[in-house]
Design a protein around this ligand. Structure first.
Ligand code: SF4
Length: 355
Protein backbone atom coordinates (compact mmCIF):
# COMPACT_ATOMS: atom_id res chain seq x y z
CA UNK A 1 0.00 0.00 0.00
CA UNK A 2 1.22 3.54 -0.75
CA UNK A 3 1.60 5.75 2.28
CA UNK A 4 2.80 9.35 2.36
CA UNK A 5 6.00 8.02 3.93
CA UNK A 6 6.50 5.40 1.21
CA UNK A 7 5.30 1.96 0.15
CA UNK A 8 4.66 -0.68 2.85
CA UNK A 9 3.19 -4.16 2.80
CA UNK A 10 0.25 -4.45 5.19
CA UNK A 11 -2.19 -7.29 5.65
CA UNK A 12 -5.97 -6.93 5.70
CA UNK A 13 -5.89 -8.00 9.35
CA UNK A 14 -3.50 -5.15 10.22
CA UNK A 15 -5.71 -2.65 8.42
CA UNK A 16 -8.79 -3.89 10.26
CA UNK A 17 -7.11 -4.15 13.66
CA UNK A 18 -6.01 -0.52 13.37
CA UNK A 19 -9.35 0.71 11.94
CA UNK A 20 -7.59 2.14 8.90
CA UNK A 21 -10.10 4.03 6.75
CA UNK A 22 -10.71 2.75 3.26
CA UNK A 23 -8.60 4.47 0.61
CA UNK A 24 -10.39 6.13 -2.28
CA UNK A 25 -9.93 9.49 -4.01
CA UNK A 26 -11.89 10.79 -6.99
CA UNK A 27 -9.95 11.47 -10.15
CA UNK A 28 -11.24 15.06 -10.09
CA UNK A 29 -9.88 15.76 -6.61
CA UNK A 30 -6.57 14.04 -7.24
CA UNK A 31 -5.98 16.09 -10.40
CA UNK A 32 -7.26 19.26 -8.80
CA UNK A 33 -4.99 19.11 -5.73
CA UNK A 34 -2.01 18.03 -7.83
CA UNK A 35 -2.36 21.21 -9.88
CA UNK A 36 -3.47 23.47 -7.02
CA UNK A 37 -0.02 24.55 -5.87
CA UNK A 38 -0.91 23.20 -2.42
CA UNK A 39 -0.36 19.48 -2.94
CA UNK A 40 2.06 19.14 -0.01
CA UNK A 41 -0.73 20.26 2.34
CA UNK A 42 -3.77 18.77 0.60
CA UNK A 43 -2.31 15.28 0.17
CA UNK A 44 -2.73 14.76 3.93
CA UNK A 45 -6.51 15.02 3.54
CA UNK A 46 -6.82 11.89 1.40
CA UNK A 47 -3.50 10.03 1.29
CA UNK A 48 -2.87 7.43 4.04
CA UNK A 49 -0.03 7.96 6.51
CA UNK A 50 1.78 5.46 8.70
CA UNK A 51 0.88 7.81 11.59
CA UNK A 52 -2.64 6.33 11.40
CA UNK A 53 -1.32 3.12 12.97
CA UNK A 54 -0.16 4.88 16.12
CA UNK A 55 -2.69 7.65 16.79
CA UNK A 56 -4.60 7.01 20.01
CA UNK A 57 -8.28 7.77 20.49
CA UNK A 58 -11.66 6.18 20.07
CA UNK A 59 -14.16 5.85 17.26
CA UNK A 60 -17.13 7.73 18.74
CA UNK A 61 -15.79 10.91 20.32
CA UNK A 62 -19.11 12.80 20.36
CA UNK A 63 -21.30 10.06 21.80
CA UNK A 64 -23.22 9.44 18.59
CA UNK A 65 -24.17 5.94 19.65
CA UNK A 66 -25.71 7.23 22.90
CA UNK A 67 -27.75 9.86 21.05
CA UNK A 68 -29.25 7.50 18.49
CA UNK A 69 -33.02 7.38 19.01
CA UNK A 70 -33.99 5.36 15.93
CA UNK A 71 -31.39 3.41 13.92
CA UNK A 72 -29.63 6.00 11.72
CA UNK A 73 -31.19 8.99 13.50
CA UNK A 74 -29.62 10.98 16.33
CA UNK A 75 -31.25 13.56 18.59
CA UNK A 76 -28.52 15.16 20.71
CA UNK A 77 -29.60 18.81 20.64
CA UNK A 78 -33.29 19.65 21.01
CA UNK A 79 -33.71 21.57 17.73
CA UNK A 80 -31.69 19.33 15.42
CA UNK A 81 -32.14 15.81 14.14
CA UNK A 82 -29.16 14.11 12.51
CA UNK A 83 -29.93 11.58 9.83
CA UNK A 84 -27.20 9.25 8.60
CA UNK A 85 -28.37 8.36 5.10
CA UNK A 86 -25.31 6.55 3.76
CA UNK A 87 -21.93 5.15 4.81
CA UNK A 88 -20.26 6.08 1.50
CA UNK A 89 -18.27 9.17 0.49
CA UNK A 90 -16.83 10.24 -2.85
CA UNK A 91 -13.32 10.22 -1.33
CA UNK A 92 -12.36 9.30 2.21
CA UNK A 93 -10.81 11.92 4.49
CA UNK A 94 -8.05 10.43 6.60
CA UNK A 95 -9.18 12.45 9.64
CA UNK A 96 -12.87 11.48 9.45
CA UNK A 97 -14.55 11.36 12.86
CA UNK A 98 -17.10 8.86 11.49
CA UNK A 99 -14.47 6.43 10.31
CA UNK A 100 -16.28 3.76 12.32
CA UNK A 101 -19.01 4.00 9.65
CA UNK A 102 -17.67 5.43 6.39
CA UNK A 103 -16.39 3.18 3.66
CA UNK A 104 -17.85 0.18 5.48
CA UNK A 105 -21.13 -1.65 5.39
CA UNK A 106 -22.43 -0.06 8.53
CA UNK A 107 -25.64 -0.84 10.37
CA UNK A 108 -25.73 2.74 11.72
CA UNK A 109 -27.36 4.25 8.62
CA UNK A 110 -31.08 4.92 8.40
CA UNK A 111 -33.39 2.34 6.87
CA UNK A 112 -36.86 2.93 8.29
CA UNK A 113 -37.66 6.53 7.34
CA UNK A 114 -41.30 6.24 8.37
CA UNK A 115 -40.25 5.34 11.89
CA UNK A 116 -37.88 8.32 11.91
CA UNK A 117 -40.66 10.63 10.65
CA UNK A 118 -42.89 9.27 13.41
CA UNK A 119 -40.23 10.18 16.00
CA UNK A 120 -39.89 13.72 14.58
CA UNK A 121 -43.69 14.10 14.57
CA UNK A 122 -43.64 13.54 18.34
CA UNK A 123 -40.83 16.06 18.88
CA UNK A 124 -42.22 19.47 18.04
CA UNK A 125 -39.10 21.16 19.47
CA UNK A 126 -37.11 19.87 16.51
CA UNK A 127 -36.86 22.56 13.83
CA UNK A 128 -34.33 21.12 11.42
CA UNK A 129 -32.95 17.87 10.13
CA UNK A 130 -29.39 17.43 8.91
CA UNK A 131 -28.77 14.76 6.29
CA UNK A 132 -25.28 13.41 6.71
CA UNK A 133 -23.42 10.13 6.60
CA UNK A 134 -21.15 9.53 4.70
CA UNK A 135 -22.07 12.04 2.09
CA UNK A 136 -25.79 12.36 1.26
CA UNK A 137 -24.97 13.28 -2.33
CA UNK A 138 -23.60 9.77 -2.84
CA UNK A 139 -27.27 8.81 -3.04
CA UNK A 140 -29.15 9.31 -6.29
CA UNK A 141 -31.35 12.38 -6.45
CA UNK A 142 -34.35 10.04 -6.72
CA UNK A 143 -33.38 8.38 -3.43
CA UNK A 144 -32.91 11.78 -1.76
CA UNK A 145 -36.38 12.74 -2.99
CA UNK A 146 -37.82 9.57 -1.44
CA UNK A 147 -36.25 10.54 1.90
CA UNK A 148 -37.72 14.03 1.58
CA UNK A 149 -41.16 12.45 1.01
CA UNK A 150 -41.00 11.55 4.72
CA UNK A 151 -39.61 14.88 5.97
CA UNK A 152 -41.34 17.59 3.97
CA UNK A 153 -44.88 16.97 5.32
CA UNK A 154 -43.59 17.63 8.87
CA UNK A 155 -44.82 21.17 9.40
CA UNK A 156 -42.62 22.04 12.38
CA UNK A 157 -39.39 21.45 10.44
CA UNK A 158 -38.10 24.82 9.27
CA UNK A 159 -35.03 23.71 7.38
CA UNK A 160 -33.46 20.72 5.69
CA UNK A 161 -29.69 20.73 5.79
CA UNK A 162 -27.19 18.62 3.85
CA UNK A 163 -23.64 18.12 5.11
CA UNK A 164 -21.34 17.39 2.18
CA UNK A 165 -17.77 17.38 0.95
CA UNK A 166 -18.94 16.32 -2.52
CA UNK A 167 -18.62 19.93 -3.73
CA UNK A 168 -14.86 19.59 -3.12
CA UNK A 169 -14.48 15.95 -4.17
CA UNK A 170 -16.78 15.78 -7.21
CA UNK A 171 -18.41 19.17 -7.89
CA UNK A 172 -20.01 17.95 -11.12
CA UNK A 173 -22.49 16.00 -8.97
CA UNK A 174 -24.19 19.35 -8.45
CA UNK A 175 -24.76 19.82 -12.17
CA UNK A 176 -27.61 17.31 -11.96
CA UNK A 177 -30.63 19.44 -13.00
CA UNK A 178 -32.87 17.26 -10.81
CA UNK A 179 -31.10 18.68 -7.76
CA UNK A 180 -32.45 22.14 -8.57
CA UNK A 181 -35.94 20.65 -8.50
CA UNK A 182 -35.16 18.88 -5.22
CA UNK A 183 -34.02 22.08 -3.53
CA UNK A 184 -37.04 23.97 -4.92
CA UNK A 185 -39.27 21.25 -3.52
CA UNK A 186 -37.86 21.85 -0.04
CA UNK A 187 -38.51 25.56 -0.35
CA UNK A 188 -42.01 25.05 -1.73
CA UNK A 189 -42.73 23.04 1.42
CA UNK A 190 -41.91 26.21 3.39
CA UNK A 191 -38.47 25.13 4.55
CA UNK A 192 -35.00 26.55 4.04
CA UNK A 193 -32.72 24.43 1.85
CA UNK A 194 -29.23 24.57 3.33
CA UNK A 195 -26.00 22.98 2.11
CA UNK A 196 -23.10 22.86 4.55
CA UNK A 197 -19.94 22.46 2.52
CA UNK A 198 -16.70 21.12 3.93
CA UNK A 199 -13.76 23.10 2.58
CA UNK A 200 -10.73 22.85 4.85
CA UNK A 201 -8.33 24.72 2.59
CA UNK A 202 -8.55 27.36 -0.12
CA UNK A 203 -6.81 24.93 -2.49
CA UNK A 204 -9.92 22.69 -2.40
CA UNK A 205 -12.23 25.38 -3.77
CA UNK A 206 -12.25 24.70 -7.51
CA UNK A 207 -13.77 26.78 -10.30
CA UNK A 208 -16.31 23.94 -10.77
CA UNK A 209 -17.31 24.19 -7.11
CA UNK A 210 -17.65 27.97 -7.37
CA UNK A 211 -19.80 27.69 -10.53
CA UNK A 212 -22.17 25.08 -9.06
CA UNK A 213 -22.56 26.95 -5.78
CA UNK A 214 -23.38 30.10 -7.74
CA UNK A 215 -26.03 28.27 -9.74
CA UNK A 216 -27.70 26.75 -6.70
CA UNK A 217 -27.62 30.03 -4.78
CA UNK A 218 -29.60 31.53 -7.67
CA UNK A 219 -32.21 28.89 -6.86
CA UNK A 220 -32.42 29.95 -3.23
CA UNK A 221 -30.10 27.38 -1.61
CA UNK A 222 -28.19 28.75 1.39
CA UNK A 223 -24.55 27.73 1.76
CA UNK A 224 -22.48 27.52 4.94
CA UNK A 225 -19.03 26.02 5.38
CA UNK A 226 -17.48 23.98 8.13
CA UNK A 227 -13.78 23.20 8.32
CA UNK A 228 -11.61 21.12 10.60
CA UNK A 229 -8.37 22.57 11.95
CA UNK A 230 -5.83 20.04 10.73
CA UNK A 231 -2.12 19.80 11.42
CA UNK A 232 -0.01 19.92 8.22
CA UNK A 233 -3.11 20.95 6.19
CA UNK A 234 -4.49 24.30 7.33
CA UNK A 235 -2.73 25.08 10.63
CA UNK A 236 -1.60 28.42 9.27
CA UNK A 237 -2.98 31.93 9.72
CA UNK A 238 -2.58 32.70 6.02
CA UNK A 239 -4.30 29.54 4.78
CA UNK A 240 -7.18 29.72 7.20
CA UNK A 241 -7.83 33.41 6.53
CA UNK A 242 -7.60 32.85 2.78
CA UNK A 243 -10.01 29.88 2.98
CA UNK A 244 -12.66 31.83 4.87
CA UNK A 245 -12.20 34.91 2.67
CA UNK A 246 -12.68 32.74 -0.43
CA UNK A 247 -15.76 31.07 1.06
CA UNK A 248 -17.23 34.49 1.76
CA UNK A 249 -16.43 35.65 -1.77
CA UNK A 250 -18.29 32.73 -3.39
CA UNK A 251 -21.33 33.12 -1.14
CA UNK A 252 -20.59 30.42 1.43
CA UNK A 253 -20.73 31.65 5.01
CA UNK A 254 -17.93 30.36 7.27
CA UNK A 255 -19.82 28.62 10.07
CA UNK A 256 -17.75 26.25 12.23
CA UNK A 257 -14.04 25.64 12.52
CA UNK A 258 -13.82 22.34 14.39
CA UNK A 259 -11.04 21.37 16.71
CA UNK A 260 -9.72 18.02 15.46
CA UNK A 261 -11.16 15.16 17.49
CA UNK A 262 -9.21 12.47 19.32
CA UNK A 263 -10.25 9.81 16.82
CA UNK A 264 -8.31 6.59 16.79
CA UNK A 265 -5.98 6.67 13.79
CA UNK A 266 -6.60 10.38 13.19
CA UNK A 267 -5.54 12.17 16.37
CA UNK A 268 -2.18 13.03 14.79
CA UNK A 269 -4.10 15.78 12.94
CA UNK A 270 -4.98 17.56 16.20
CA UNK A 271 -3.48 20.98 16.87
CA UNK A 272 -2.85 21.88 20.56
CA UNK A 273 -5.16 24.60 21.87
CA UNK A 274 -2.41 27.21 22.39
CA UNK A 275 -1.23 27.01 18.79
CA UNK A 276 -4.80 26.68 17.49
CA UNK A 277 -5.87 29.87 19.25
CA UNK A 278 -2.89 31.76 17.82
CA UNK A 279 -4.01 30.65 14.35
CA UNK A 280 -7.68 31.47 14.94
CA UNK A 281 -6.95 34.92 16.40
CA UNK A 282 -4.41 35.60 13.64
CA UNK A 283 -6.94 34.65 10.96
CA UNK A 284 -9.58 36.85 12.59
CA UNK A 285 -7.21 39.80 12.46
CA UNK A 286 -6.91 39.35 8.71
CA UNK A 287 -10.63 39.08 8.04
CA UNK A 288 -13.28 41.80 7.85
CA UNK A 289 -16.30 41.63 10.10
CA UNK A 290 -18.51 40.08 7.43
CA UNK A 291 -15.93 37.36 6.74
CA UNK A 292 -15.23 36.22 10.31
CA UNK A 293 -18.56 34.58 10.85
CA UNK A 294 -17.17 31.29 12.12
CA UNK A 295 -16.97 29.89 15.63
CA UNK A 296 -14.02 27.77 16.74
CA UNK A 297 -15.76 24.72 18.19
CA UNK A 298 -14.96 21.50 19.99
CA UNK A 299 -17.71 18.98 19.32
CA UNK A 300 -17.51 17.20 22.64
CA UNK A 301 -19.57 14.40 24.17
CA UNK A 302 -21.23 17.02 26.44
CA UNK A 303 -22.01 19.51 23.66
CA UNK A 304 -20.61 21.97 21.17
CA UNK A 305 -18.09 24.09 23.06
CA UNK A 306 -16.75 27.34 21.66
CA UNK A 307 -13.07 27.75 22.48
CA UNK A 308 -12.58 31.40 23.40
CA UNK A 309 -9.06 32.08 24.62
CA UNK A 310 -6.17 31.16 26.82
CA UNK A 311 -6.15 33.60 29.76
CA UNK A 312 -3.16 35.25 31.40
CA UNK A 313 -4.08 33.06 34.39
CA UNK A 314 -3.09 29.98 32.40
CA UNK A 315 -6.69 28.77 32.03
CA UNK A 316 -8.47 27.89 28.83
CA UNK A 317 -11.78 29.76 28.53
CA UNK A 318 -14.70 28.13 26.75
CA UNK A 319 -18.44 28.53 26.36
CA UNK A 320 -21.18 26.02 25.60
CA UNK A 321 -22.67 26.83 22.20
CA UNK A 322 -24.95 23.79 22.24
CA UNK A 323 -25.41 21.34 25.02
CA UNK A 324 -27.44 18.30 25.83
CA UNK A 325 -28.60 20.21 28.94
CA UNK A 326 -29.87 23.65 27.85
CA UNK A 327 -28.93 25.27 31.19
CA UNK A 328 -25.25 25.19 30.15
CA UNK A 329 -25.73 27.10 26.88
CA UNK A 330 -23.92 30.44 26.85
CA UNK A 331 -22.13 29.77 30.13
CA UNK A 332 -18.41 30.54 30.16
CA UNK A 333 -16.18 28.10 32.00
CA UNK A 334 -12.45 27.50 32.23
CA UNK A 335 -9.95 24.80 33.00
CA UNK A 336 -6.25 24.97 33.77
CA UNK A 337 -4.38 24.63 30.49
CA UNK A 338 -2.00 21.76 30.18
CA UNK A 339 0.70 22.33 27.54
CA UNK A 340 0.04 20.32 24.39
CA UNK A 341 -3.60 19.57 25.25
CA UNK A 342 -5.95 19.18 22.29
CA UNK A 343 -9.23 18.10 23.92
CA UNK A 344 -11.33 18.98 26.95
CA UNK A 345 -10.70 15.63 28.60
CA UNK A 346 -6.96 16.41 28.70
CA UNK A 347 -7.61 19.42 30.96
CA UNK A 348 -7.85 18.73 34.64
CA UNK A 349 -10.92 19.80 36.58
CA UNK A 350 -14.65 19.51 35.83
CA UNK A 351 -16.37 22.38 33.95
CA UNK A 352 -18.08 23.73 37.06
CA UNK A 353 -16.10 26.93 37.63
CA UNK A 354 -18.46 29.28 35.83
CA UNK A 355 -17.40 32.95 35.69
S1 SF4 B 1 -16.57 13.49 3.57
FE1 SF4 B 1 -17.16 13.68 5.74
S2 SF4 B 1 -18.03 11.68 6.27
FE2 SF4 B 1 -16.86 11.42 4.36
S3 SF4 B 1 -14.82 10.76 4.97
FE3 SF4 B 1 -14.77 13.01 4.81
S4 SF4 B 1 -15.21 13.76 6.88
FE4 SF4 B 1 -15.85 11.59 6.79
Amino acid sequence: MNFIEGQRTVTDDELQANDITRYHVTRFYREHITNSGYYDQLKHIVEPSLDEFGSPGNLDTSGEHDNTVVPGFQHKYPRTGLLLVTDKCASYCRYCFRKRIVGKDSDETAVDFEKIAEYIRRHLEMTNVLLSGGDPFMLSTAKLNRILDHLLPLQHLESIRFGTKMIAYEPKRFEDPALVTLFERIQSAGKAAVVVTHFDHIGEISADADRNIHLLREHGVQFLNQSVLLGKVNDSVEILAATFAKCHQIGVRPYYLFQGRPVKGASHFQVPFRRALEIVHGANHRLSGIQKTFKYIMSHYTGKIEILDLGADGRLYMRYHHSTGTEKIGKIFSRPYSEGACWLDELRDAPTNLV
